[in-house]
Ligand binder design. Structure first.
Ligand code: PEP
Ligand code: MN
Length: 368
């Protein structure tokens, strides 16, 4: 059972809920706080045998907004009850999961200072505040470029500061990387913020998930597993929240099967509304790793653009997308990288689809 408090409810309301819960044998409580974009949501979770516990005494406590019985698996990330809000959150002044779609464009893998500088300058020109920059690259072959690792962090962060980039999505493949990133940010004077990315190859690396969940400083961009069910991915994502970090974006990136040919993966953006229904997490789409190439349809728009449209028209609020100033020189995933001249076009395209989504949403019966 979950007891949700009004954002302005005093601490005494929490105490009253806990005291009420303690009257039932075999029931323990845990308080969760979700620091959202607008307000902090507090929930008291009743854990144990709650079937015989009535909801009315909790509903009667002043400051309690809702009491929901939780029968589904995703206790923390799940959307329980109709009035549950999407967990939008702010990070370093950028809102994720709100009305404004965040385009997180950047290099799949950091290679040279010049390319990072060019990339970030292009984002700044378009008024974007978030980027992706891979320093630790999990590659299929041990002989492929593995990323520059911690060595590039000082100048990547410095350049983010120079161009006013507020959030960098950066994959971590080992818990030690969290510490390394924090130290580099500290040494650079915290010119930007970082969002820790869990890659599809690590969706079920449970110790890594616990490590990103145990810290609160960095939010998490969580990729679905490419070879497991959506349910398994959502359960894995719940690990992050269950360790205490509720600032999570769930990212769809396609699933591995040759049935998606000629795309690199079978694009799974039909799951955007499913994830939105089953969870309270903001949903991101990654058109680059799902499509994996840049062929265009007869209308002149690439498949990458088209699948961005498919994700945004169903309510995704973030797009993680590969760009490179010189894709032919990229050390990782060049064939799927858009060039910098495509950026204004992508922004325009995303705005058109968002407008269409707002209109489409009005056809539904519930706003939001
Ligand atoms: C990435 O975004 O750099 C990446 C490796 O993606 P994925 O984990 O989805 O393959
Ligand atoms: Mn990549």
């Amino acid at each position: 059972m979950i007891v949700t408090l009004d954002p302005e409810a005093p601490k005494s309301a929490v105490d009253a809920v806990v005291a009420q819960a303690e009257r039932y044998q075999g029931v323990t409580t845990k308080l969760y706080e979700f620091v959202g974009a607008g307000a902090t949501v507090r929930e008291v979770h009743l854990i144990g045998s709650t079937r015989a516990v009535p909801v009315e005494p909790f509903e009667a406590i002043p400051g309690v907004r809702a009491v929901s019985r939780v029968s589904v698996k995703y206790r923390l990330i799940g959307r329980h009850g109709k009035d549950a809000q999407t967990h939008a959150f702010d990070h370093n002044g950028v809102t994720f999961g709100g009305e404004k779609v965040q385009i997180i464009a950047g290099l799949c893998a950091v290679d040279t200072r010049e390319h990072v500088d060019q990339m970030l300058a292009a984002l700044a020109r378009e008024g974007l505040q978030a980027t992706r920059m891979g320093a630790y690259k999990p590659r299929t072959s041990p002989y492929d470029f593995q990323g520059l690792g911690g060595a590039c962090l000082p100048w990547v962060f410095e350049l983010c500061g120079k161009h006013g980039i507020k959030v960098v999505a950066m994959e971590v493949t080992d818990a030690r990387h969290i510490e390394e990133i924090d130290r580099a940010l500290q040494d650079a004077g915290r010119p930007t913020g970082v969002m820790l990315q869990i890659g599809t190859r690590n969706t079920q690396a449970f110790e890594l998930l616990k490590a990103v969940g145990q810290q609160q400083q960095f939010p998490v961009l969580f990729k679905r597993g490419m070879g497991i069910t959506l349910e398994e991915s959502l359960n894995a994502c719940e690990y992050v929240a269950s360790e205490g970090n509720g600032r999570i974006i769930f990212c769809l990136r396609g699933v591995k099967t040759h049935l998606g040919d000629p795309h690199r993966n079978l694009v799974d953006f039909a799951h955007v509304p499913v994830v939105r229904r089953q969870t309270r997490l903001p949903v991101c789409i990654d058109p680059s790793h799902s499509v994996g190439r840049l062929d265009a349809a007869p209308d002149g728009l690439t498949d990458v653009f088209h699948v961005i449209g498919q994700g945004l028209i169903t309510g995704a609020t973030a797009v993680l997308v590969d760009f490179h100033p010189r894709p032919q020189a990229a050390l990782c995933d060049g064939p799927q990288a858009l060039t910098l001249d495509q950026l204004p076009r992508l922004i325009r395209y995303a705005e058109v689809v968002q407008r269409a989504y707002r209109e489409a949403r009005a056809i539904g019966e519930i706003a939001g």
